[in-house]
Write a protein that binds this ligand. Structure first.
Ligand SMILES: Cc1cc2nc3c(=O)[nH]c(=O)nc-3n(C[C@H](O)[C@H](O)[C@H](O)COP(=O)(O)OP(=O)(O)OC[C@H]3O[C@@H](n4cnc5c(N)ncnc54)[C@H](O)[C@@H]3O)c2cc1C
Length: 449
């Protein structure tokens, strides 16, 4: 039986050299160096703004390096599809305009199924996708079986989305951070933002552990830490994290698709030729007071996903990312105590994932497990990210709650954030993303969205 006592990442996260000193002033400060924060900072520096990005740990070290790397339009919520489509173009363009390599490739994503209902859902999505110019091909049984020959099974049907792709989680956020530095922006790691300074009711500065940066604009792109940071400001942002556990195997399996989804298992080829294996949607809920607080908003989502969501342990409370306790701005905060959220992978899920993968794809039997790890996926009640300026605190832009899709749409989200700040034409209609849709849940000092 496979028991892993270690949980390193499959490929070392590319290191980034920090800018030696935080600036006194900036046109905008981005809080959080995940894929969303780096792309927001990148598009702002491209427009000539002086931008400082502060990251409490290392660039990309939380969700943005722990994911499968899928950049997909396939089966996206209608509200998110335009951002997914633009993001694929932006991933491609970023490579040519910056000279940096994110490992992005439009390899296409393959979905296989023997479930008539699932196939009917995919067909309905294909019909809708056509109306917005997105290409996706339904596969009949013969075509699905041909595409899925590595499984050695007959399939009732499937989907191939040829314009979707993958990028490399270990290099993507660092590549964008290097581009920010080349454009004249500054990047500060081991630099937690503790809070904000305000003047006349609007943002006037970001207080970090290394000092205060005067700025009229603060962007909170802190992933799973978004809600607790907002809570300190009196902003009620319903967010919950789910611990997702996955593993990597060594290179050596031949003839597998680059990216395959089935109900049992999903498989993604990495840049080093190995594969990342996961069970889609499966995770553990580590209860915290924040989760109790927002339980009424999340119950419908949890109810829909009950088969795949299992009760967790005390890891969430110990990690501190969902704390409701007020912190002082002149002392180390929970963000400095937990530089990198590195939750313990669930051994049961790891073993089950590995077993299912070997069963579905015999070629994987020649490989060995090289790593197993977990990440906290930060979600909103409707599974769509919260992106927009908080009306009651002008200058404060929230960009969190990417609900398991934020890697692929990181470029589009970063572009939209830059559009909101500079007043340029928005790359996508911003309305569906605005946090004001949670306004019914807003109470506290800064209650208005
Ligand atoms: C196992 C797994 C598989 C996934 N698969 C996919 C996939 O295939 N495709 C896809 O699109 N998405 C996927 N996702 C989701 C995706 O990884 C996330 O949605 C995305 O990375 C979120 O990016 P982010 O920048 O918002 O957050 P993060 O990457 O979590 O970054 C937030 C950063 O903010 C920093 N931070 C927080 N608070 C502060 C503060 N106060 N001061 C300074 N820094 C702070 C943190 O240290 C962190 O580095 C997956 C996630 C997981 C865990």
């Amino acid at each position: 039986m496979l028991i892993l006592e270690f949980h390193p990442m499959p490929a070392p996260l590319q290191p980034i050299q920090s800018t030696p000193q935080i600036p006194d002033r900036a046109d905008a400060v981005v809080i959080g160096g995940g894929i969303v924060g780096v792309f927001a900072a990148y598009y702002l520096t491209m427009r000539g703004l002086k931008v400082a990005l502060v990251e409490k740990g290392r660039i990309g070290a939380e969700q943005s390096s722990r994911n499968w790397g899928w950049c997909r339009q396939q089966n996206r919520d209608a509200r998110e599809l335009p951002m997914a489509t633009h993001s694929l173009d932006l991933w491609q363009r970023f490579g040519s305009e910056s000279g940096e390599n994110t490992g992005f490739t439009r390899c296409g994503l393959l979905y296989l199924s023997n479930d008539e209902r699932e196939l009917a859902t995919w067909a309905r999505w294909r019909d809708f996708a056509r109306t917005v110019g997105v290409t996706t091909r339904m596969l009949d049984s013969a075509a699905a079986t041909r595409h899925g020959h590595a499984t050695g099974r007959t399939w009732k049907g499937g989907v191939f989305s040829p314009t979707d792709g993958i990028a490399d989680p270990a290099s993507a956020a660092p590549a964008v951070a290097r581009a920010i530095l080349k454009q004249g922006g500054s990047v500060h790691q081991n630099c937690a933002a503790r809070g904000l300074e305000t003047a006349g009711g609007r943002v006037a500065g970001v207080i970090t552990e290394q000092g205060t940066i005067r700025t009229p604009i603060a962007i909170m792109a802190g992933g799973a830490w978004g809600s607790s940071f907002c809570n300190q400001l009196g902003i009620r942002f319903p967010q919950a994290s789910i611990r997702s556990s996955i593993l990597a195997v060594s290179p050596g399996a031949a003839g597998l698709p680059d990216a395959l989804h089935t109900a049992a298992i999903s498989v993604t080829r990495r840049g080093d030729g190995g594969y990342t294996l996961a069970i889609s949607g499966r995770g553990r809920v580590d209860p915290t007071l924040q989760q109790l607080r927002f339980a009424p908003q999340f119950l419908p989502m949890f109810r829909r996903r009950w088969r795949n969501l299992l009760p967790g342990g005390l890891g969430g409370i110990n990690a501190g990312h969902e704390t409701l306790r007020p912190w002082r701005l002149d002392r180390p905060t929970p963000m400095e105590r937990m530089r990198i959220l590195d939750p313990t992978p669930d051994q049961g899920t790891i073993q089950r994932t590995h077993r299912r993968a070997l069963d579905l794809l015999p070629a994987l039997r020649t490989t060995t497990v090289t790593a197993a790890w977990a990440g906290y996926i930060d979600s909103t009640p409707d599974g769509v990210p919260a992106i927009g300026e908080i009306g009651a605190l002008p200058g404060f832009i929230l960009a969190a709650g990417f609900s398991g899709h934020g890697f692929g749409i990181g470029p589009g989200a970063g572009h939209l954030i830059a559009d909101i700040i500079t007043g340029d034409a928005a790359i996508v209609e911003p309305g569906p993303y605005h946090p004001r849709r949670f306004a019914g849940f807003a109470v506290g000092k800064v209650a208005e969205f």
